[in-house]
Design a protein around this ligand. Structure first.
Ligand SMILES: *[C@@H]1O[C@H](CO)[C@@H](O)[C@H](O)[C@H]1NC(C)=O
Ligand SMILES: *[C@@H]1O[C@H](CO)[C@@H](O)[C@H](O)[C@H]1NC(C)=O
Ligand SMILES: *[C@@H]1O[C@H](CO)[C@@H](O)[C@H](O)[C@H]1NC(C)=O
Ligand SMILES: *[C@@H]1O[C@H](CO)[C@@H](O)[C@H](O)[C@H]1NC(C)=O
Length: 500
């Protein structure tokens, strides 16, 4: 597929052919989902090919005039160059000298949530510990959460974490034994707090009790309004201090190598898993038995407070993960090459093969870690959803295109990390708009070419390119998440890559 403003250099006939090829897949897809007259499809095929070709031109023009970021997109002929290249080997780290400071006490933290929520929280807590001049004990990961059940050292390289940050903060694996018997003061910090909260509310507790245990960590630090050095430290922990264990890193590199050998790949974070659907109450396209199963699971989980959910209403508001069928339509509408490898970064897709039919008809090269690796290569990671999520995280970082179907923590943290890696293309789907368009298209009130061009147009500036994070005073929930766009830490494209 041609990209990056070099459309003159791309073979136009290939583009045309691809327009048809893509379209024939649209047809397959639609046959598996909707019934339609075939002559109408042929008419649409012709019109679509025309629209497609002119859309390519338009996009080309837009790219030339557009922001500099697109120069970092691999143009069509460079995509192949990628194939030969390997993931860069991790540099042999030279650890900085320790920072010497007067220790105010000890901070213990218990992270809650899934892997990526905890990842962000770890970065926050390092920054807090640094600015309170305390000693941080290696964070404890959530063992009760539905989403994770591992120790820090099962996921992250704990020695690298400690040593690579030692010029900022002292981190210990365990509380010193002499402190073990003391009463530890536990509390959940107030959500979205700024540094003055930690200085004025938490530090006096640390001074008084010597050991303070922050027992919840999700979104406890504000997105905005923090000193620049704190924002940069959050990034430094995220992009340099946190490294997965060598076993996870090696397996991740192997997955990427296998994918690269076969050409470009798109990572689809298809968040269509049972837990997500049960939790969110989204059941569009499910059978009655499945709806019942999902509801039973939701009512049984005391942590999921919202019980009575109107699935259709939620879907129309754009609050549901896209279904595999909806996703397939959108990817085809966006003009994604049907030959591209699509790596599914997710656990089991709810409904299994039945729900994946349409996507596989449109994109035959659907793969996942279980199909790329031997079972023996994943044997180190049995039943450890966090380690599986870590593998998917690594593959997601490296992909040519990343498409999340829901804006959960993985989607957001990977989006931010890809921005850091040079504004790699992340397609941020506007689900609310898409659901409306999909419903119009499937009911026949919108033609394929109208549907496709609106989808393309609506996402032209939702590709993870440089922009300022949206900040809304007093409405932290509605702001852009710091970790999805840590713009303070992103190098301008005409400057060399920043290393810290
Ligand atoms: C932390 O230590 C630095 C010196 O290393 C000092 O300037 C700063 O005031 C200290 N902050 C607190 C909260 O103790
Ligand atoms: C956190 O600590 C507070 C105060 O000790 C306690 O009430 C609360 O239940 C604890 N929360 C968790 C998640 O452990
Ligand atoms: C920090 O938060 C407190 C309480 O929410 C607020 O009153 C204060 O103005 C904030 N400080 C800064 C520097 O944003
Ligand atoms: C993984 O979990 C499943 C179901 O929870 C269980 O049946 C299986 O024995 C577990 N496997 C391992 C290796 O722990």
């Amino acid at each position: 597929m041609c990209k990056a403003g070099d459309f003159e250099r791309c073979d136009y006939r290939t583009e045309w052919k691809m327009g048809y090829k893509v379209l024939s897949n649209v047809e397959k897809l639609k046959n598996s989902i909707f019934k339609m007259n075939s002559w109408l499809l042929i008419m649409r095929a012709i019109v679509t090919a025309l629209v497609w070709a002119s859309a390519v031109q338009l996009i080309g023009i837009w790219l030339i005039r557009g922001p500099r970021v697109f120069k970092v997109w691999p143009p069509c002929n460079q995509l192949d160059l990628h194939v030969a290249s390997e993931l860069p080997k991790l540099p042999i780290p030279v650890f900085p000298p320790k920072r010497v400071y007067k220790n105010n006490g000890y901070l213990m933290v218990s992270c809650n949530g899934g892997l990526n929520q905890m990842r962000a929280a770890i970065c926050d807590m390092v920054a807090i510990a640094r600015y309170l001049n305390v000693t941080l004990i290696v964070p404890e990961l959530d063992k009760n959460s539905f989403w994770a059940a591992s120790e820090f050292q099962d996921i992250f390289d704990v020695n690298h974490f400690i040593r690579s940050l030692r010029d900022e903060v002292r981190i210990l694996k365990k509380l010193p034994p002499k402190l073990n018997k003391r009463a530890v003061y536990s509390l959940p910090p107030v959500s979205w707090s700024n540094i003055s909260y930690y200085i004025h509310q938490i530090l006096p507790l640390v001074r008084k009790y010597k050991v303070v245990h922050l027992n919840k960590t999700d979104a406890r630090v504000a997105n905005n309004g923090l000193p620049l050095e704190i924002q940069k430290l959050r990034c430094r922990v995220n992009f340099h201090g946190l490294r997965f264990t060598s076993q996870i890193e090696e397996t991740g590199r192997k997955l990427v190598r296998i994918l690269r050998e076969k050409g470009p790949f798109l990572v689809l974070h298809l968040r269509y898993e049972m837990d997500m659907l049960a939790f969110s109450g989204c059941s569009h396209g499910c059978t009655n038995d499945e709806v019942e199963e999902l509801n039973t699971m939701r009512y049984a989980n005391p942590l999921w407070k919202e019980k009575d959910i109107d699935s259709e209403m939620k879907r129309v508001e754009g609050l549901c993960p896209l279904t595999p069928e909806e996703t397939a339509l959108v990817l085809v509408a966006l003009g994604i090459d049907h030959n591209v490898q699509i790596y599914i970064a997710a656990g089991d897709i709810y409904g299994g093969d039945r729900r994946m039919e349409g996507l596989k008809a449109a994109f035959p090269n659907v793969v996942r870690k279980e199909t790329l690796l031997e079972p023996s290569e994943l044997r180190f990671f049995p039943n450890h959803s966090s380690q599986m999520a870590a593998l998917d995280y690594l593959v997601s970082l490296e992909s040519d295109i990343f498409v999340p179907t829901y804006d959960g923590n993985m989607a957001k943290v990977v989006e931010g990390h890809r921005r850091f890696l040079g504004f790699k293309k992340t397609i941020l789907l506007d689900r609310r708009l898409l659901i409306g368009l999909i419903d119009q298209f499937t009911s026949g009130s919108l033609s394929w070419d109208e549907f496709s061009s609106i989808v393309k147009e609506a996402h032209a500036d939702r590709m993870g390119s440089p922009k300022k994070r949206v900040s809304i005073v007093d409405k932290p929930k509605e702001e852009d998440y710091f970790y999805s766009n840590p713009h303070e830490c992103l190098q301008l494209l005409d400057k060399p890559l920043r290393t810290t």
